[in-house]
Design a protein around this ligand. Structure first.
Ligand code: ZN
Length: 205
Protein backbone atom coordinates (compact mmCIF):
# COMPACT_ATOMS: atom_id res chain seq x y z
CA UNK A 1 0.00 0.00 0.00
CA UNK A 2 1.32 3.42 -0.88
CA UNK A 3 0.99 6.14 1.68
CA UNK A 4 2.11 8.96 -0.55
CA UNK A 5 -0.39 11.54 -1.67
CA UNK A 6 0.26 13.73 -4.67
CA UNK A 7 0.18 17.52 -4.27
CA UNK A 8 -2.76 17.72 -6.64
CA UNK A 9 -4.76 15.40 -4.42
CA UNK A 10 -3.79 17.62 -1.54
CA UNK A 11 -5.23 20.67 -3.27
CA UNK A 12 -8.39 18.79 -4.09
CA UNK A 13 -8.83 17.68 -0.50
CA UNK A 14 -8.54 21.19 0.78
CA UNK A 15 -11.40 22.39 -1.32
CA UNK A 16 -11.90 25.89 -2.51
CA UNK A 17 -13.78 29.02 -1.59
CA UNK A 18 -16.13 28.67 1.34
CA UNK A 19 -15.22 25.01 1.64
CA UNK A 20 -11.92 26.12 3.04
CA UNK A 21 -13.67 27.78 5.96
CA UNK A 22 -14.41 24.32 7.24
CA UNK A 23 -10.69 23.83 7.67
CA UNK A 24 -9.60 20.67 9.41
CA UNK A 25 -11.94 17.88 8.47
CA UNK A 26 -10.45 15.01 10.46
CA UNK A 27 -13.32 15.22 12.93
CA UNK A 28 -16.78 16.72 12.85
CA UNK A 29 -16.76 19.28 10.03
CA UNK A 30 -18.21 22.53 11.24
CA UNK A 31 -18.27 26.05 10.03
CA UNK A 32 -15.44 28.10 11.49
CA UNK A 33 -16.64 31.06 13.58
CA UNK A 34 -16.35 34.41 11.80
CA UNK A 35 -13.48 35.98 13.74
CA UNK A 36 -10.94 33.15 13.41
CA UNK A 37 -12.18 32.52 9.84
CA UNK A 38 -11.19 36.04 8.85
CA UNK A 39 -7.70 35.66 10.32
CA UNK A 40 -7.39 32.24 8.68
CA UNK A 41 -8.41 33.56 5.28
CA UNK A 42 -5.99 36.44 5.61
CA UNK A 43 -3.06 34.16 6.51
CA UNK A 44 -4.01 31.80 3.68
CA UNK A 45 -3.86 34.52 1.03
CA UNK A 46 -0.39 33.05 0.52
CA UNK A 47 -0.35 29.40 -0.44
CA UNK A 48 3.24 28.46 0.36
CA UNK A 49 3.08 25.14 -1.43
CA UNK A 50 2.06 26.54 -4.81
CA UNK A 51 3.56 29.99 -4.24
CA UNK A 52 0.29 31.63 -5.22
CA UNK A 53 -0.29 34.87 -3.35
CA UNK A 54 -3.61 36.62 -3.76
CA UNK A 55 -2.31 39.88 -2.22
CA UNK A 56 1.01 40.08 -4.07
CA UNK A 57 0.59 43.76 -5.02
CA UNK A 58 -1.21 46.81 -3.62
CA UNK A 59 -3.87 46.34 -6.32
CA UNK A 60 -4.37 42.69 -5.47
CA UNK A 61 -4.68 43.56 -1.78
CA UNK A 62 -7.29 46.19 -2.60
CA UNK A 63 -9.31 43.57 -4.45
CA UNK A 64 -9.00 41.12 -1.56
CA UNK A 65 -10.13 43.77 0.94
CA UNK A 66 -13.09 44.59 -1.27
CA UNK A 67 -14.11 40.96 -1.67
CA UNK A 68 -13.45 39.74 1.85
CA UNK A 69 -14.17 42.82 3.95
CA UNK A 70 -16.61 44.56 1.63
CA UNK A 71 -14.61 47.79 1.86
CA UNK A 72 -13.91 49.68 -1.33
CA UNK A 73 -10.59 51.52 -1.11
CA UNK A 74 -9.80 54.39 -3.39
CA UNK A 75 -6.09 53.86 -3.01
CA UNK A 76 -3.63 51.75 -1.14
CA UNK A 77 0.00 52.73 -1.12
CA UNK A 78 3.07 50.53 -1.19
CA UNK A 79 3.77 51.14 2.48
CA UNK A 80 0.31 50.06 3.65
CA UNK A 81 0.54 46.99 1.43
CA UNK A 82 3.93 46.02 2.87
CA UNK A 83 2.60 46.37 6.41
CA UNK A 84 -0.31 44.04 5.58
CA UNK A 85 1.98 41.42 4.04
CA UNK A 86 4.34 41.56 7.03
CA UNK A 87 1.35 41.33 9.36
CA UNK A 88 0.13 38.23 7.55
CA UNK A 89 3.46 36.48 8.12
CA UNK A 90 3.64 37.61 11.75
CA UNK A 91 0.17 36.16 12.33
CA UNK A 92 1.29 32.91 10.69
CA UNK A 93 4.22 32.80 13.16
CA UNK A 94 1.90 33.54 16.05
CA UNK A 95 -0.53 30.77 15.06
CA UNK A 96 2.38 28.32 14.87
CA UNK A 97 2.74 28.80 18.64
CA UNK A 98 -0.66 27.12 19.05
CA UNK A 99 0.95 23.89 17.96
CA UNK A 100 3.85 24.17 20.38
CA UNK A 101 6.30 26.47 18.59
CA UNK A 102 7.86 29.30 20.63
CA UNK A 103 6.17 32.66 20.33
CA UNK A 104 8.24 34.59 17.82
CA UNK A 105 9.36 37.90 19.40
CA UNK A 106 10.07 39.54 16.04
CA UNK A 107 6.55 38.73 14.93
CA UNK A 108 5.17 40.35 18.09
CA UNK A 109 7.27 43.45 17.51
CA UNK A 110 6.01 43.71 13.95
CA UNK A 111 2.40 43.27 15.11
CA UNK A 112 2.83 46.04 17.66
CA UNK A 113 4.25 48.34 15.01
CA UNK A 114 1.40 47.49 12.64
CA UNK A 115 -1.07 47.97 15.49
CA UNK A 116 -0.09 51.60 15.71
CA UNK A 117 -1.43 52.05 12.19
CA UNK A 118 -4.70 50.26 12.84
CA UNK A 119 -7.49 52.60 13.74
CA UNK A 120 -10.15 50.88 15.75
CA UNK A 121 -12.63 52.08 18.31
CA UNK A 122 -15.13 50.34 20.59
CA UNK A 123 -18.77 50.35 19.51
CA UNK A 124 -21.73 49.20 21.61
CA UNK A 125 -24.73 47.47 20.05
CA UNK A 126 -28.36 47.65 21.25
CA UNK A 127 -27.81 44.75 23.63
CA UNK A 128 -24.93 46.58 25.29
CA UNK A 129 -22.22 44.38 23.82
CA UNK A 130 -19.05 46.18 22.76
CA UNK A 131 -16.86 45.24 19.84
CA UNK A 132 -13.93 46.98 18.20
CA UNK A 133 -14.65 48.46 14.83
CA UNK A 134 -12.40 50.22 12.32
CA UNK A 135 -12.34 53.96 12.63
CA UNK A 136 -11.84 54.64 8.95
CA UNK A 137 -12.52 52.94 5.65
CA UNK A 138 -8.91 53.10 4.40
CA UNK A 139 -6.11 50.55 4.68
CA UNK A 140 -5.72 51.25 8.40
CA UNK A 141 -9.37 50.27 8.80
CA UNK A 142 -8.72 46.96 7.02
CA UNK A 143 -5.81 46.32 9.36
CA UNK A 144 -8.12 47.25 12.23
CA UNK A 145 -10.68 44.66 11.08
CA UNK A 146 -8.04 41.92 11.10
CA UNK A 147 -6.78 42.92 14.53
CA UNK A 148 -10.24 43.21 16.02
CA UNK A 149 -10.93 39.68 14.71
CA UNK A 150 -7.80 38.53 16.57
CA UNK A 151 -9.00 40.20 19.77
CA UNK A 152 -12.51 38.75 19.35
CA UNK A 153 -11.15 35.24 18.79
CA UNK A 154 -8.87 35.58 21.81
CA UNK A 155 -11.75 36.64 24.02
CA UNK A 156 -14.28 34.05 22.82
CA UNK A 157 -11.88 31.11 23.19
CA UNK A 158 -11.60 30.24 19.49
CA UNK A 159 -8.10 31.66 19.05
CA UNK A 160 -6.22 28.58 20.31
CA UNK A 161 -8.02 26.46 17.73
CA UNK A 162 -6.56 28.49 14.94
CA UNK A 163 -3.32 26.77 13.97
CA UNK A 164 -0.71 26.54 11.28
CA UNK A 165 0.19 23.23 9.69
CA UNK A 166 3.73 22.34 10.82
CA UNK A 167 4.71 20.88 7.41
CA UNK A 168 7.42 23.26 6.17
CA UNK A 169 6.11 23.29 2.60
CA UNK A 170 2.55 23.93 3.79
CA UNK A 171 2.20 26.24 6.84
CA UNK A 172 -1.46 26.56 5.98
CA UNK A 173 -3.73 28.09 8.63
CA UNK A 174 -6.63 25.90 9.69
CA UNK A 175 -9.28 25.78 12.37
CA UNK A 176 -9.00 22.77 14.64
CA UNK A 177 -12.54 21.42 15.07
CA UNK A 178 -11.44 18.37 17.05
CA UNK A 179 -13.06 17.90 20.45
CA UNK A 180 -9.83 17.88 22.43
CA UNK A 181 -8.09 20.51 20.26
CA UNK A 182 -5.44 17.99 19.30
CA UNK A 183 -5.50 18.61 15.52
CA UNK A 184 -2.00 19.10 14.24
CA UNK A 185 -2.05 18.97 10.44
CA UNK A 186 -4.09 21.02 8.00
CA UNK A 187 -5.59 17.76 6.78
CA UNK A 188 -4.77 14.39 8.31
CA UNK A 189 -5.27 12.73 4.94
CA UNK A 190 -2.55 14.81 3.34
CA UNK A 191 0.17 16.53 5.40
CA UNK A 192 -0.17 14.14 8.34
CA UNK A 193 0.11 11.16 6.00
CA UNK A 194 3.12 12.67 4.27
CA UNK A 195 4.88 13.05 7.61
CA UNK A 196 4.00 9.47 8.49
CA UNK A 197 5.39 8.32 5.15
CA UNK A 198 8.63 10.17 5.84
CA UNK A 199 8.94 8.62 9.29
CA UNK A 200 8.19 5.20 7.82
CA UNK A 201 10.83 5.64 5.10
CA UNK A 202 13.38 6.84 7.64
CA UNK A 203 12.74 3.79 9.79
CA UNK A 204 12.51 1.24 7.04
CA UNK A 205 14.39 2.81 4.14
ZN1 ZN B 1 -0.49 21.05 5.73
Amino acid sequence: MSLSVSPSTKRANRGTGRDRLKGYTGCVPEITPAAPALVMDFVNTLDIETGSDSIDSPGALRRWIEQRLGTRLRSLDEDAWRTMVETRESLRELLASHSGAEVNRNALRQLNRAGERAEIRPRWDDAGKATFEPHDAGPSGALGRIFSAVVAAQSDGTWDRLKVCPAEDCRYAFYDHSKNRSGRWCSMRVCGNRAKTRTYRQRHG
